[in-house]
Design a protein around this ligand. Structure first.
Ligand code: ADP
Ligand code: MG
Length: 635
C-alpha cells in the first residue's frame, strides 16, 4: 500500500470543498460525467493517432449506477483511463495554479461553487462535496500500463495500489455522506444529467437508459432548443461560470453541410491578445470531437468566439492537428462571420447596454478586421464601430449617429486619433471644433490608425483627421474686424518664426482651430502622423520622425503682444518664439527637448523677475513685464 500526501494546493481545495461548498452539490455529477466524457474523447484521439490501444469493453459511453445498500454512486467510463503516474499527477496535484484565486473568490465574493469549480479546473474534487470516501479503479488504454486503485477520504492523503479493472476505462466510486443520500436515487441522477450534461456527446446511461439527448444540440432545430440548454452547452465547452453574452445557432446553407453554435463570452479571456492564443471553437464530426481548437473556422478578429462546428465536409491534416484550408473551410468561415456580425448588430439595436459591454470587451479586436477584410464584411464591421466623441460625454456613438448630427456647414465626419486615452478629449487641436459644437470621434486604440486608413468615407461622407490639415472657416464664419486685424498683425511674426524654427518644424502658420491655447502642434497632411509614429515606436519599429506643423493662435493675448513687439522691431524675442513651440509640445505631453526647455524657462524667469523689479522700482513700463502680462495690454 502506497500512501501519498496531496499537494498543498489540493489540500486547500479539498478543505474548501468539504467545508464550505454545499449550495450546488448536484454539480458533482456534471463534473464527473464531464471527466468521463473527456476521457472517452481522449481515448478516441489516441486511437486515431497511435492505433495500439486496449479496446473498449463494448459500446463506449458513461454509466452511472447506484447501490443503495452499499450507499454508493459509481460513474464508469470506457475512456483513456489513468496510469499510476497519471493518477499521482492528475488526482494529486493541480496543473493550473488557480487555487489562491479560487479560494479568495470564494471567500470574498461568495460566488457560487458551481462556477468556480469548473472555472479552476478542480472538478474531480467536487466528488468530496457528497462523498466521504472516493475510490477510483482505472485501467489505462495504454497496453503498457497496469490497473490502479486510488482511494481517499478527502483529507491530507490518498492511497494508491495495484488495481483489478480488466477493461480500459475508469470507475469513480462515491461512498455517499449521510447528508447526501438523496443522490442515491436514479431518478434524481437522471434529472441532474438532463439539466447539466445533456449536451455530452457520449451516451450517459442510468439504469440502462440513456439520460442525455441522443441528438447533439447543434443538430437540432434552433426553435427546439431552450436558452438554458445553450447556456449549459456553453459552460460545458468553455469552463466559464458566467452565462454567455449571446450566441448564434447556424445550420449549413448551400454547398457545405455543417451545424454550429457559437457563443460570445461575457468576459474577454486574458490571453486573447497573445499571438499564440488558441481559438475556443471546437470541431466535431458526427457529434464526435475531432479538434479542440479549430481557429481556421473563424477570422482572427472574431477569435474571442467559442463554440462548436460540426461538419464532415472539412478535412484535417495528416497529424490531425489543423484543418486543411479547403473551399469548405473558407465557406463556413465566411458564413459564420456574417452570422456573428449580424447577431452583434441585432444586439446593438435591441439592447444598447449589452452591446456597449460587448464593444468594451471586444471592440479593439473586432476592428482589426476592417483593414484586412478577408471575409468581405467591412461594411458590417464599420456599422459596429463605437467611439466616445467630443460631445457625447463618454457615451459611445456610431458613425451613423455622428453623421446624423452633422452641423450646417460641416461636410465631413472628423476624428482624432491619440493613444493617450486620458488626454485625448482635452487636446488643444479640438478647441475650434468644440467652439462650433462639431462632434469629433475620439479614437484612442492603436488599431484605430489602421481603421481610418481603410476608411476614406462613411456612407458618402468624408472622414477627416483633426490632427492634419487646418480647420477651414465655414461660409458663415466671416472674420470680424478684430480677428482680421489680429491675423494681419500676426502674419509677419509667423514668417519670422518659420525662419527661426526651420530646423524644428515643417511649417509655422496661423491657426483657425484654437480658442484658449496660444499654439498647437499638428501633423503634415499626407505624412505618417505623430500618433502612428508613436504606436510604431512602441512596437519597436524604426520610424524616421517627420516634422510637424506649429500653428499659432493670432487672437491669443500672448501672441498678440509678441506680434506687436516683433512689428516694432523689438529684439530678444527668440526665447518666446521657442516657448510657443515648447508649450505646444508640453500640452501634448511630448516634450522632446526638456533640457532646452528648462534653460529657456529659466532665462525667461530671470527676465521676468528683473522686469517686475524694475516695474516696482520705477513704475515705468518694461518690455519684459509687458510680454508676460496676462491680458496682453501694456503694463
Ligand atoms: P479537469 O477536468 O479540468 O482537467 P478535474 O479535476 O475534473 O480537472 O480532473 C483532473 C484530471 O484527472 C483530468 O484532467 C484527467 O486527467 C483526470 N481524470 C479525472 N477523471 C478521469 C476519468 N474518468 N478518466 C481519466 N482521467 C480522469
Ligand atoms: Mg473536469
Amino acid at each position: 500500500m502506497e500512501s501519498h500526501r496531496f499537494e498543498a494546493d489540493v489540500r486547500q481545495i479539498l478543505h474548501l470543498v468539504t467545508h464550505s461548498l454545499y449550495s450546488d452539490r448536484e454539480i458533482f455529477l456534471r463534473e464527473l460525467v464531464s471527466n468521463a466524457s473527456d476521457a472517452l474523447d481522449r481515448a478516441r484521439f489516441e486511437g486515431l493517432s497511435r492505433g495500439e490501444l486496449r479496446p473498449a469493453a463494448g459500446e463506449p459511453g458513461v454509466r452511472v449506477t447506484v447501490d443503495k445498500d452499499a450507499r454508493t454512486v459509481t460513474i464508469s467510463d470506457d475512456g483513456a483511463g489513468l496510469s499510476h503516474a497519471q493518477a499521482v499527477e492528475h488526482l494529486g496535484t493541480i496543473a493550473r495554479s488557480g487555487t489562491k484565486a479560487f479560494a479568495t473568490m470564494l471567500k470574498d465574493r461568495g460566488e457560487s461553487a458551481e462556477g468556480l469549480i469548473g472555472q479552476f479546473g478542480v472538478g474531480f474534487y467536487s466528488a468530496f462535496m457528497v462523498a466521504e470516501k472516493v475510490e477510483v479503479h482505472s485501467l489505462s488504454a495504454d497496453p503498457n500500463e497496469a490497473a490502479i486503485h486510488w482511494t481517499s477520504d478527502g483529507g491530507e492523503a490518498y492511497e494508491l495500489t495495484a488495481g483489478t479493472r480488466q477493461e480500459r476505462g475508469t470507475d469513480v466510486i462515491l461512498h455517499m455522506r449521510d447528508e447526501a443520500m438523496e443522490f442515491c436515487d436514479t431518478d434524481r441522477l437522471r434529472a441532474i444529467v438532463a439539466k447539466h450534461s445533456d449536451y455530452v456527446s457520449w451516451p450517459v446511461l442510468i439504469g440502462g437508459d440513456r439520460a442525455n439527448q441522443e441528438s447533439a444540440l447543434w443538430t437540432r432545430s434552433p426553435s427546439e432548443v431552450t436558452d438554458d440548454e445553450y447556456i449549459a452547452l456553453y459552460k460545458h465547452l468553455s469552463g466559464d461560470w458566467q452565462d454567455p453574452l449571446t450566441w448564434v445557432h447556424v445550420r449549413g446553407e448551400g454547398s457545405v453541410e455543417y451545424a454550429a453554435v457559437l457563443f460570445i463570452p461575457r468576459k474577454r479571456p486574458w490571453e486573447l491578445d497573445r499571438l499564440d492564443y488558441k481559438v475556443g471553437v471546437k470541431l466535431y464530426q458526427k457529434r464526435v470531437k475531432v479538434l479542440e481548437n479549430a481557429g481556421e473556422l473563424v477570422p482572427r478578429n472574431l477569435r474571442f468566439v467559442t463554440g462548436v462546428v460540426d461538419s464532415t465536409d472539412v478535412e484535417l491534416n495528416m497529424s490531425r492537428e489543423i484543418l486543411q484550408q479547403t473551399g469548405a473551410v473558407r465557406a463556413i468561415r465566411k458564413q459564420l462571420t456574417k452570422k456573428v456580425l449580424r447577431k452583434m448588430s441585432e444586439l446593438a439595436g435591441a439592447d444598447a447596454e449589452a452591446y456597449n459591454h460587448l464593444w468594451e470587451e471586444y471592440g479593439h479586436i473586432l476592428k482589426e478586421g476592417i483593414q484586412e477584410d478577408q471575409e468581405g464584411v467591412k461594411e458590417q464591421l464599420v456599422e459596429l464601430l463605437r467611439y466616445p466623441t467630443t460631445t457625447s460625454d463618454g457615451a459611445l456613438r456610431s458613425l451613423k449617429d455622428v453623421k446624423e448630427s452633422l452641423k450646417d456647414g460641416q461636410d465631413a465626419i472628423w476624428y482624432y486619433t491619440n493613444v493617450d486615452k486620458e488626454r485625448i478629449g482635452r487636446a488643444a487641436v479640438l478647441e475650434g471644433f468644440k467652439k462650433r459644437s462639431w462632434e469629433v470621434l475620439l479614437m484612442s486604440d492603436p488599431v484605430d490608425e489602421w481603421v481610418v486608413m481603410a476608411l476614406s468615407d462613411f456612407d458618402g461622407t468624408a472622414l477627416k483627421s483633426v490632427a492634419t490639415g487646418d480647420l477651414p472657416a465655414t461660409a458663415d464664419e466671416v472674420d470680424d474686424a478684430e480677428t482680421k486685424a489680429a491675423k494681419e498683425q500676426a502674419t509677419p511674426l509667423v514668417t519670422w518664426m518659420a525662419g527661426l524654427l526651420k530646423g524644428d518644424v515643417a511649417e509655422v502658420r496661423l491657426s483657425g482651430r484654437l480658442t484658449d491655447s496660444p499654439s498647437v502642434l499638428v501633423d503634415q497632411a499626407g505624412g505618417l502622423g505623430s500618433n502612428m509614429e508613436r504606436i510604431l515606436r512602441a512596437a519597436n519599429q524604426q520610424v524616421s520622425g517627420s516634422k510637424r506643423v506649429l500653428e499659432v493662435n493670432p487672437e491669443h493675448p500672448m501672441v498678440k503682444t509678441l506680434a506687436r513687439l516683433n512689428a516694432d522691431g523689438q529684439t530678444g524675442l527668440e526665447p518666446f518664439a521657442r516657448l510657443l513651440l515648447d508649450h505646444a509640445a508640453i500640452a501634448e505631453g511630448r516634450l522632446e527637448d526638456p533640457e532646452g526647455f528648462a534653460h529657456r524657462l529659466q532665462g525667461l524667469m530671470e527676465t521676468a523677475a528683473r522686469g517686475l523689479a524694475a516695474g516696482a522700482a520705477s513704475g515705468a513700463s518694461a518690455v519684459e513685464a509687458e510680454v508676460l502680462s496676462a491680458d496682453g495690454t501694456p503694463v
